[in-house]
Design a protein around this ligand. Sequence first.
Ligand SMILES: *Cc1c(COP(=O)(O)O)cnc(C)c1O
Length: 410
Amino acid sequence: MASLGRTFRLLRLLPAELQTSHVKPAVAFRVSSSTRNFSTEELPDGTFKASDVEVTLTAPHKLQAKPDVGNLIFGRTFTDHMFTVEWDKQAQWGKPQIKPMGNLPIHPAAKVLHYAIELFEGMKAYRGVDGRIRLFRPDLNMQRILRGAKRAMLPTFDPNEFIGCIKKLVKIEQEWIPHSETSSLYIRPTYIGTDPSLGVALSNNAMLYIILCPVGPYFATGFKPVSLYADPKYVRAWPGGCGDQKLGSNYGPTVFVQKTAEARGQQQVLWLYGEDHQLTEVGTMNIFFVVRNANGEKELITPPLNGLILPGVTRFSVLDLCREWKELKITERTITMAEVQQLTKENRLLEMFGAGTACIVCPVCSISYLGEKIDIPTAEQENPVYMKVLNTLSNIFYGKINHPWGVLVD
Ligand SMILES: *Cc1c(COP(=O)(O)O)cnc(C)c1O
């Protein structure tokens, strides 16, 4: 019993420690997001270069017809080309290549297939109203992939060179970017350990690749708020774990829980953590709440980056925008189910929404929790925060406003 008590105390202590350890990479990232060149000390594994990319185009008769974006299912349609670059401990980085989309040659013992030495990114390219193509804050995706690479013990590289490679691939595939203000080209950088040996050990071989998918509107039926299933017996991330990284191993086990939610008539999973049932994320989105606080002020609340939360690019952007607007008090803190129940009872929970690259924002209408259904009036607000966020971000994505977050591809 005594040792159990100690374990619980430790668990409670960990988030604060993780929070301080989280601050360090965030500061280092700010430096690395500038366009300066990297020293060999910062990039012990060297780097590949965008200017070295070798391009092999798909034969014209093999190019696919472009799909109707209205009927696209997320992540099923791929463009004609992909980017790959391989790394070997002895030979270091190989030649970066853009080549016809195709299967990977991979050894059956490759570490990715056994121990999930894998991480990925999710970003988008948008065709603006001015016809120009933009990425959104790609430097933040680079910070995250490099932090993940360190955790997975895969080699680092110069993030600006990788952005250069992404731009080259997107430019070649630009015809695939829908001419639509609700659609985009989804970019999936993927990083795998390919060492052909079964030891649970660091990988002496790696492959970094990029595949692209045209994506239509995330919600076919418009912005319909989603219902959530929250069951404290399922945990997505834990202190000392990797829930704050986009490692593939975090996602496979969630499919079962998502199916459980669907079987119970709910659309998405609300991930809880701890004895006090803290709300952490929705599906693969960060969560936000708009509440009327005890002082009568409107307050935006999102859980802090305490190791349990994936540091979303959209999350940072929602916080940055709302801070700039100065219309709301902004708080990064833990929020529990008991508090959500209390706020709802007092009619002080105004909005709840998820935020992520795939859907941008996703309003929530209810939470199904331990046999109770909690209704959330997100869709009933007059000028909801989530809509203002969505409209502003869309204006940046599609070049309706000139903003430094929109990064031109050419
Ligand atoms: C990718 C992801 C997000 C959102 O991150 P963005 O950078 O905004 O797309 C949030 N939560 C989880 C668990 C994720 O995997």
